[in-house]
Design a protein around this ligand. Structure first.
Ligand SMILES: Cc1ncc(COP(=O)(O)O)c(C=O)c1O
Length: 371
């Protein structure tokens, strides 16, 4: 009998006009960051996030770093970062010259805990210059409460993987001083690689665009700041534009997969499904389950491997890891409890019904032997 194909965790869904748009780039000789797809992608992303301005960047990490630099954040400043996020969020803070202040996530939402933010802001003597809230796994953070706690402190929404999600009436990326997205290969919408900053603040958007092109003034070699070279290219934007045309369809497919997976584990009390907060509509970027401890998580991973299904554990507490240990942190009890216990399952938007059934069969087998 032929061996079953491995089901990948997540792969790009390139079933739209990607090839046609890429061919246009070559035919028209626009492959660099000056091409028309870059502007088109900015226009579309401003619409998707309900913002006035958008600036396309080389990746999501640079989008965060540019947001911080555009806000004038640098040495001596502290930036609140959830302890449970991808390293890119904290790395961008360091590369902007500032230091992260790690804050725990909320037990129910797995996103930045507004209570801890409030407490820290009233207790600390350090200069908190910005707050980064992360939309974890496709679910938005609680922006009303975080923005209320922030007062005049800028809030950056790291919506890297949350395109298509909602917070109350707002699309992901629609709240905070500015928001950032990633179009990395594992995201719902990919550009091969790429990022975007969206904002309603024209001066901030203009400054971020300026910094992303070496802070060059006019066409001569004159510069008014230390800039970066991190614009998205036309080739990446061509893929991104084709992907955005299918955004609704791809998010709907991921929500349907999440519903099927949720139903399967509903009766099994030792597994927690992803948060469904009343104020959020998740895009289910990366469908994940919480196991009771890391042994259970490893045992489930082993079962998936035996069934030729890719699955993996998700983020780990950053403040516990050597590069970040010197940064200040609140107590991070929830972040620790999520580290090593969250398992992400295959959830690409083109995952077939048959592949979903294979994932569910493996999960059911594991639940039966672990009960
Ligand atoms: C929460 C978060 N922030 C930032 C990034 C960085 O985006 P990129 O890989 O495009 O640099 C990612 C990427 O997965 C992410 O998950």
């Amino acid at each position: 009998m032929a061996e079953l194909a491995v089901i990948p965790l997540t792969v790009p869904d390139l079933r739209g006009r990607e090839m046609a748009y890429l061919r246009e780039c070559v035919d028209d000789n626009w492959v660099s960051s000056a091409g028309p797809f870059v502007t088109e992608m900015e226009t579309r992303m401003a619409e998707v996030a309900g913002r006035r301005f958008a600036v396309a960047t080389a990746n999501g990490t640079m989008a965060i770093q540019l947001s911080l630099l555009g806000l004038g954040i640098g040495p001596g400043d502290y930036v609140i970062v959830p302890d449970w996020t991808f390293a890119a969020t904290a790395n961008a803070v360091y590369h902007a010259g500032a230091t992260p202040y790690f804050v725990d996530v909320d037990r129910d939402s797995w996103t930045l805990d507004p209570v801890q933010v409030e407490r820290l802001l009233s207790d600390t003597q350090r200069k908190i210059a910005a707050i980064i809230a992360v939309d974890a796994l496709g679910q938005t953070a609680d922006y009303d409460r975080i923005c209320a706690a922030a007062g005049d402190i800028p809030v950056i929404s790291d919506a890297a993987g949350a395109i298509g999600a909602r917070y109350k009436a707002h699309p992901a990326g629609g709240l905070g001083t500015c928001a950032t997205f990633s179009f990395n290969g594992n995201k719902t919408v990919t550009a091969g690689g790429g990022g975007m900053v969206v904002t309603d603040d024209e001066a901030l958007g203009t400054q971020i665009r300026h910094l992303s092109t070496q802070a060059r003034v006019g066409q001569e070699y004159e510069h008014d700041a230390i800039g970066l070279n991190c614009r998205m290219t036309n080739v990446n934007a061509a893929i991104g534009c084709a992907q955005l045309e299918r955004l609704g369809e791809m998010v709907a497919a991921k929500r349907a997969i999440a519903k099927r997976y949720d139903e399967c584990v509903a009766s099994y009390s030792a597994i927690e499904t992803m948060p469904r907060m009343p104020w959020a509509e998740s895009s289910y970027w990366l469908y994940s389950l919480k196991l009771k401890d890391s042994n259970a998580a490893q045992s489930l991973l082993k079962c998936f491997t035996e069934h030729r299904i890719q699955a993996r554990t998700f983020w780990r507490s950053l403040s516990q890891q050597p590069p970040y240990r010197d940064a200040p942190a609140t107590s991070i009890e929830v972040s620790r409890s999520l580290s090593g216990t969250i398992i992400s399952l295959p959830c690409s938007s083109q995952l077939s019904d048959g592949e979903q059934s294979r994932v569910l069969d493996a999960l059911t087998t594991w639940m039966a032997i672990s009960a």
